[in-house]
Design a protein around this ligand. Sequence first.
Ligand SMILES: Cc1cc2nc3c(=O)[nH]c(=O)nc-3n(C[C@H](O)[C@H](O)[C@H](O)COP(=O)(O)O)c2cc1C
Length: 360
Amino acid sequence: MQTSPQPHPGQPNIPLVAAPMAGGPSTPALVRAAVAAGATAFLAGGYKTAAALEAEIKAVRDILPRVGVNLFVPPFDAAGRATGQHLSRETAGAFAAYARALAPEAAALGVELDPRPVEDDSDFWEAKLDLLESMRVPLVSLTFGLPPAADVRRLQRVGSRVYATVTTPGEADTALALGVDGLVVQGTGAGGHSATHDPARPVTAHATADLVRDIAARTRVPLIGAGGVASAADVESILDAGATSVAVGTLLLLAREAGTNPTHRAALAAAVAGERPAETALTSAFTGRPARALNNRFMRDHDAAAPLAYPAVHHLTRSLRQAAAAAGDAERLHLWAGEGVAAVREGTAGEILRGLVPAR
Ligand SMILES: Cc1cc2nc3c(=O)[nH]c(=O)nc-3n(C[C@H](O)[C@H](O)[C@H](O)COP(=O)(O)O)c2cc1C
């Protein structure tokens, strides 16, 4: 009798990682399916309350050695306390103008935007840190920046390996100086938010394999390469460049177990079918932080005026985007997708991941 391969606890048997995807796509079911296929998989802690994240961790508790949890890193004050972003007078002015510019978009969907900027959102950092510490989550990845060293130590003291996501060799050096255990090396072809530690810095295009090669020359910590994967050949070239494993996000968006919303799914399927261009671009129009998405009208019309004010712009546009998703309006929705989007296929996560394993 043939049995499916069982992953060994704590030891991946395919060099792939189901990337964290906040906002719906990453579900406990997706994580479970990816782990059953022999991959490592991340839950997405971003946007969630600590209680919601706790429920997800409990849902995969039996496979926890193979599961990581990803958190968004907020800004911190001089005393090392997580704070929200505070808008300068100039940014507040640009934000108010942006809110006015988006009002007709919202009205077209029957919603009204709240033009008061949310400035105190630290994405429940302290509560989530308490949770991960108390649950002794073995693998934690961080995006959008770096926390104070004391927060990294808190997790390491209970046995967590802490990975920082970096987008340049300079960010890698800063993360390594903090004593992280590994790096997620994200190239510019990645879908969703860029992990950049400085959203205002102009983006220089870095293919994931090239960035991994540069960073592998500076450190021996494990590297997870991420961004733009469309094939097993892409995975192979990122591994050859020095990555320990390769993370896949976009290619899992149509997985049966993913929680991708139906409007996003339909737009991805249309791109693959040639019914809309499978062309992606970086935009800050939806959230105030650069993110890669399938190009749509909202991006073309509003990107230039969008202030770099995350998460204030995320909160401003949230009701508009929720209404767009509910109405099936793909031209007003953030259709996160990476440069490998033309290779997206429906299937189970296991089928999709097994199709990306290099034959060697
Ligand atoms: C829909 C979506 C949501 C994402 N959310 C997160 C997130 O919550 N945290 C994070 O670190 N990265 C996030 N990312 C980035 C992925 O973790 C990963 O770096 C990226 O998907 C890899 O590139 P690819 O999409 O080309 O495979 C997201 C990506 C997508 C497509």
